[in-house]
Design a binder for this molecule. Sequence first.
Ligand SMILES: Cc1ncc(COP(=O)(O)O)c(C=O)c1O
Length: 490
Amino acid sequence: MEALRLQPPQGPTLLRPSRSRLASQILTRPHYNPKKSIKRFINATLSKPTAGIPSMSTSSSPPHDNPLRSSMLSSPPYPVKKVSANSLQYPSGYLGAVPERTVNDGDNGSIINAMEYLTNILSSKVYDVAIESPLQLAPKLSERLGVKVWLKREDLQPVFSFKLRGAYNMMAKIPKEQLQRGVICSSAGNHAQGVALAAKRLGCDAVIAMPVTTPEIKWQSVERLGATVVLVGDSYDEAQTYAKKRAKEEERTFIPPFDHPDVIMGQGTVGMEIVRQMQGPLHAIFVPVGGGGLIAGIAAYVKRVNPEVKIIGVEPSDANAMALSLHHGQRVMLDQVGGFADGVAVKEVGEETFRLCKELVDGVVLVSRDAICASIKDMFEEKRSILEPAGALALAGAEAYCKYYGVKGANVVAITSGANMNFDKLRVVTELANVGRQQEALLATVMPEVPGSFKHFCELVGPMNISEFKYRSNSEKDAVVLYRLVLLRF
Ligand SMILES: Cc1ncc(COP(=O)(O)O)c(C=O)c1O
């Protein structure tokens, strides 16, 4: 191996492959044949013949034997378009990126396809590793908003996020001989832990490729679950390229984080539980969106059994790949993605997840970093639990939406999707939480370094209540003043 290889005594393997080695995109040897595995089940449960689910990159289905696959292949070349997150911004709480659906939607082959999702979700084996997470009322928030806010507590899962559902659902379907050759995935966080736990439960070997920037706390928890961690590359993309290459070399099965029917079906069990747990009419389910696996799975179930329930995606305004893709009617790639909510920092949503979202979701709400922090605080006040930013995203979206549309008296569900909070981030979160709740405003002013300008600044601020003040000399010409204003509510 020509790459630099360091092996800390009890730590993960550290690899920095050269750019040229990373250049080739490698697809794994497939194990998943959707026509076979899904049809076998469907044929036993449905009397009507069914269409196959479009095969993904890990599938061996030839393109010509599946009409949906053929239409996917004939779509414009990949990647379709590079766009900036700023090119689609709208007010917090507004339901944007509403997909345009044709009259025939739901009346073509894909509705049968949806039946396959439904029946596979119903028969999923995720409960070998996952719990049926509680659906809990958030009384304080409900009172403040005048709606009943229900929290679907996926942060209480054994690895503190929903991700083990999809990973296990896919891995449990891998034939035994293939599973013995092991699995591999790339992830900077929650998917890694899901795969590691699923591998432990199934007794197979797991390699997890993580970018070298992954915080120690994250790779350590993966190692503790018995997986082999390889720290490789400076970004998620590089880790993924390594993982796919090694999958091919060692005949391991690559477990994708979101873009695979079995992963989507596993995540869909969250929707199945909500429908079972919710008493009374439900207005909307708010779902955090990264690559789209969770929302696609939930929508695939809920829209078939309870179509009037709105399925609303929530994204940070600087990580809005799904909103932009729905807006353009095709998958687009972000030129840059905001990393604050790292669980959903995805440049490009999945092919299959986008197909399902385009058909089934009601739109996407965008929220700010401050609003996410405020929701982390709300959750702490409600349940004394600390969510990671991606885990609080749906709660922020639910609040913003209810305020924007003046929703009153309805039941809304927010998925609290994860609690793998990087401890160092807590400081920023507490700083921004009051800004997000609009109890404080954090402002910066550039002030000329001349006598009298500070006095002038004080006159301008007037009687406003300043709770924090920082003065930094910037150059001989000017200084930057950072200050926090307490906002009074009348
Ligand atoms: C905590 C958390 N919430 C939400 C998501 C988004 O899930 P998806 O990529 O399926 O949209 C992730 C993805 O890893 C996550 O870790």
